[in-house]
Design a protein around this ligand. Structure first.
Ligand code: SAM
Length: 255
């Protein structure tokens, strides 16, 4: 997967991609990350990327020309697709609070469908609407709140998508039990010491019986999801027995 980040603050990305799994994925050639300064796609002396809004009002708006020029030049430099390999798409993604709210399912969709993400980071009041209408293929919001720019949202997307790409996570950190992957929150984790300030790790986890551990973890994940995010259970694949067990928990709690 290749990520191209378009921003007026390229220095913003110094650091976040240089650690842990993202660093290893780059070293192993599983991902490539390129940061581009939007100002280098301007032709005027002052490298102006923004202007006042038509119709008046506060703030500035990112102009369409540098964004179109930048994306078109990135696409022009793309290598031709190898037809023997299953064709994946390039998504041109605008980070925007007005976009589709990003979640694990959206991250998986991008990881499956795309081999390149061009992420446009807005600033100020946002971008000229013609960019939204005629340039971008996807608009992504990282939540119902407004940030000062699209750089942090773009980092979120790079991180969440990267860890879902094949072979990026070693078996020691597999994503299959992660929260949201199977529609549940993750089960609780414990490590040594077995007793800390009088708080004990559940006995079953120390007993070494893999079947019992798996059963405990499944039930703990179900319980946590039911307590914290019950709406997730509507979409989760549960057995009849699990649904009955949750109903019992609910009636026990109600008493
Ligand atoms: N006036 C815009 C609005 O109310 O929809 C907000 C603009 S915001 C101050 C500047 C930029 O930050 C946006 O263009 C976008 O790129 C980014 N941004 C802010 N909040 C975001 C969010 N929740 N998700 C994704 N991007 C966001």
């Amino acid at each position: 997967m290749r990520f191209d980040l378009l921003t007026i603050f390229p220095e913003f990305f110094t650091g976040p991609f240089e650690h842990g799994i993202l660093r290893r994925a780059q070293q192993q050639g599983q991902i490539e990350i390129a940061v581009h300064d939007l100002r280098s796609f301007t032709f005027d002396k002052h490298h102006i990327v923004d202007d006042r809004p038509f119709g008046g009002g506060d703030g500035m708006v990112l102009k369409p020309e540098p964004l179109f020029r930048a994306v078109e030049s990135l696409l022009a430099g793309s290598a031709p697709t190898d037809t023997a390999v299953e064709a994946k798409r390039t998504a041109i993604v605008l980070m925007s609070p007005q976009g589709r709210v990003f979640n694990q399912h959206e991250a998986q969709r991008l990881a499956d469908e795309c081999d390149r993400l061009i992420l446009l980071c807005g600033r100020y009041e946002g971008v000229d609407e013609r960019v939204v209408e005629h340039l971008v293929t996807d608009e992504i919001s990282i939540g119902d709140y407004v940030l000062t720019g699209g750089e942090i949202p773009a980092m979120v997307v790079v991180d969440a998508v990267t860890r879902l790409l094949p072979h990026v996570l070693g078996s020691e950190t597999s994503a299959v039990h992660d929260s949201f992957v199977a529609g549940l929150l993750d089960y609780p984790h414990y490590t040594r010491p077995a007793e800390f300030r009088g708080w004990q790790v559940p006995d079953v986890l120390i007993g070494g019986h893999h079947g019992e551990v798996a059963k405990w973890r499944r039930r703990a994940a179900l319980l946590k999801t039911w307590q914290r995010r019950p709406e997730l259970l509507d979409q989760a694949e549960l057995t009849d027995q699990e649904r009955r067990w949750l109903a019992e928990q609910a009636s026990d709690t109600a008493q």
